[in-house]
Design a protein around this ligand. Structure first.
Ligand SMILES: Nc1ncnc2c1ncn2[C@@H]1O[C@H](COP(=O)(O)OP(=O)(O)OP(=O)(O)O)[C@@H](O)[C@H]1O
Length: 342
């Protein structure tokens, strides 16, 4: 478990104070995949550096598995550091060493006996699917393969915590997905706590259990992925959610609605939980004398639960439309859309 308890990190920059991390309280549970998202300069890297002990807080406590890092002696700090692995955006591999030697490196400097070291390297290369590249050099690998080596190296010493600093930001979308799947396996099979910092909401959506949004050093919102995506409160969180889940009705569609004049019946239907998979709209069209015209929408999956919304126009007699709305309402949330407000 990682606990930030009123943590601040203040730098002196150009004669004034810069609060890179400002009064942060966070608890990351054992075996959790926790995301920290924020724009550049929000304080994410500083927060991570406080966990791997590259920085010490100006005030507050960082507690890892019950140990207050700010109070540990140097030898104890070294011990704690061994339980924390890290992967980076640009992989940080040793270019002059083979894949096998890159992975063996942290074991060798920890004094692990040769035989044990060899076994561990083989085992972990197999886990990341790179046994067949063991004797090649980083420059002969693709970005995704390099990050697999990075993950293998970070896992070699069997850490309890894995810190990921923009680990997929240099990768294409498909490779990103495969690396995120691998990180999920790292958590599922080794029960390692993963702290991921990213500026990409799709990364958070793909694998995180919970997320904190940072801005100007502060955590401005935190919660489960589902809560954050379905009801983001802070405008910055809303902006992040919008990068993967467009909620606003596009202007071109709104214009079309306006043109149809006052006789329009436009509704936003929000699907949460099991209802997202149900054919509610086709049932409505069959059961009532209404036509359902889908104008816009998006359905996705959050932590295995379908989630999304559709903007529809209902056409027909007022009485039938009211009956249809009543039926829809008993299953999912439905709100009338004002054309000018979206
Ligand atoms: N060693 C330092 N000395 C002075 N200021 C620093 C130092 N490290 C970071 N900062 C400042 O602290 C703030 C937070 O930086 P940080 O790198 O933690 O943000 P970030 O969210 O990780 O951004 P990015 O994604 O661009 O790395 C920035 O304003 C940065 O300039």
């Amino acid at each position: 478990m990682i606990e930030f308890d009123g943590v601040s990190k203040v730098y002196q920059a150009g004669g004034h104070e810069l609060r890179a991390v400002d009064e942060v309280d966070l608890t990351i549970e054992k075996g959790e995949i926790f995301g920290v998202i924020g724009f550049s300069g929000a304080g994410k890297s500083t927060l991570v550096r406080l966990v791997n002990l590259l920085e010490s807080p100006t005030s507050g406590r960082v507690v890892v598995d019950g140990e207050d890092l700010t109070r540990l002696s140097k030898p104890k700090l070294r011990k704690v550091r061994k339980r924390i692995g890290m992967i980076f955006q640009h992989f940080n591999l040793l270019e002059s060493k083979t894949v096998r030697h890159n992975v063996a490196f942290p074991l060798a400097i920890s004094g692990v006996p040769k035989r044990e070291l060899q076994e561990r390297v083989e085992e972990i290369l197999e886990f990341v699917g790179l046994s067949y590249k063991a004797d090649q050099y980083p420059e002969e690998l693709s970005g995704g393969q390099k990050q697999r080596v990075g993950i293998a190296r970070a896992l070699a010493t069997s850490p309890d915590i894995l810190l990921c600093d923009e680990a997929t930001s240099a990768l294409d979308p498909e490779t990103t997905k495969s690396i995120l799947r691998l990180l999920k396996r790292v958590r599922d099979e080794y029960n390692i706590t993963i702290l991921m910092i990213t500026h990409e909401m799709n990364v958070v959506r793909e694998i995180c259990d919970r997320v904190a949004v940072m801005e100007n050093g502060k955590v401005i919102e935190k919660g489960s992925i589902f809560d954050l995506f379905s009801s983001p409160k802070h405008p910055t969180t809303q902006n992040f959610v919008r990068t993967v889940m467009e909620n606003e009705i596009p202007a071109s569609i709104l214009e079309g609605i306006e043109k149809r004049g006052s006789e329009r019946n436009i509704y936003r239907i929000t699907f949460i939980n099991e209802h997202a998979g149900e054919p509610i709209l086709s049932r409505v069209a069959k059961q009532f004398e209404v036509e359902v015209n889908v104008l816009f929408g998006q359905i996705t999956e959050l932590q295995g639960t379908p989630f999304g919304h559709l903007v529809v126009e209902l056409q027909g007699e007022d009485k039938e439309i009211l009956r249809a709305i009543d039926h829809i309402q008993s299953n999912v949330s439905i709100q009338e859309v004002e054309a000018h407000a979206g």
